[in-house]
Design a protein around this ligand. Sequence first.
Ligand code: ZN
Ligand code: CU
Length: 493
Amino acid sequence: MTYDLLIRNARVLDGTGAAPFRGDVAVCGERIVAIGDLGDAAARTLIDAGGRYLAPGFIDVHTHDDTNVIRTPAMLPKLSQGVTTVVVGNCGISASPVTLEDEVPDPMNLLGRVEDFRYPSFAAYAEAVDAATPSVNVAALVGHTSLRSQAMDDFARPAGNAEIDTMERLLRRALAEGALGLSSGLAYRNAFHAPTAEMTPLVAAVGEAGGVYTTHLRDEFAGLPGAMDEAFATARQGRVPLVISHLKCAGAGNWGGAPPALAKLEDAARGQRAHCDCYPYTAGSSTLDLGQVTDEIEITITWSEPHPEQARRPLKAIAEEWNLSLREAAERLQPAGAVYHNMSEDDMRRVLAHPLSMVGSDGLPNDPHPHPRLWGAFPRVLARYSRDLGLMPLAEAVRKMTSLSAANFDLVDRGEIREGAYADLTLFDLATLEDTADYATPVAPARGIELVVVNGTIAYRQGAATGERSGRMLRRTQRIANSLTPHSMEESP
Ligand code: ZN
Ligand code: CU
């Protein structure tokens, strides 16, 4: 038989966390059809891996690529890292089901301009993604703040019953049309006034549909433990698996908080399905939030609508030059974006290494001077944290970006190298692998990603996109409501 694609002589990391083995991987159409010693089988395209590592394509579980997969379908920041699937709609903000007329509420403005919000239904969004054929697969959450934007005229209060009904109707329809679940961003001012009681019926609708709930917690600073409790309770009541977004202990006064936070996550995971995602950096990035402006940490402005000339400068320097307080300067810069150096390296490493965490970039693709995680998160975990610092075995690092991610987001037949799975594959050279993006030069592709295959098609090879885009919308399959078995613990290696 002649295979469509045969990758010979690879060190195969199958995504499950198992140790790598030497072998060949054969693909026909979109699927992996054979693995092992395939001798000198014939193939239309033959790649000699030369002993380099072959892993399942990486799944970026935390992205804000909602409109970029349509507007910039080459998706180079992600493809060049070996990412083959992005989960969009995180932190409460999604491009659908949303239409906007004038202003874009914060932080929905991270996703695009007013004209980019034009998908009244999830189905319309999904069709637009398929029509754009991005280079990577796309799976999507519905954002709670996005639902609020369609149901409420004032964000600074809890939603009333009729408004909750409207949100629930929109959400149920999106779930039926293939949305993965719901995300929230309760720390942001346009969602902060939503009490737990506003979330409960929405999360319950997700549970009925068998979806997932992800949350940017209400508090990532001193109030982290309480915010985690809120998330666990909401998810438990709604009978839904939980993913805590970018788990962190933010603010200098809270450094050292990772061990108790992770113990809390482990505790919860004994009784319900609970995980988190994490990016391998000690700075966060988002819109410029007055609540986070402090002189305890370094804050760099990445963009400002009224003062574009201040981009790439420290807020402190701008404030001094303007003879204003930090807060006054931040007010004058609005709307704006920022990088906050607000975590400790030790806390971040503990979260990253924990068996319940997945890798998610949280990259901001529309920022003109983005946080380097947009182009570097995945290679950085493998090269810096696994290879150089030995924080975890390579197979475990890969598990956190493949099979664990696919299991938590219900991406069927993805995230593993096995016969019958989709041929989403990344071949990398561990010796040369390096994230080259940094805070000074954040727009820079990683080195060492040799080949990326998406749905059986070679999308990236030796540092360049091939131009063959073969990603698609991954609609959630209809399933009976999740059983609440706490299998998260037995997954741990
Ligand atoms: Zn977030
Ligand atoms: Cu995010």
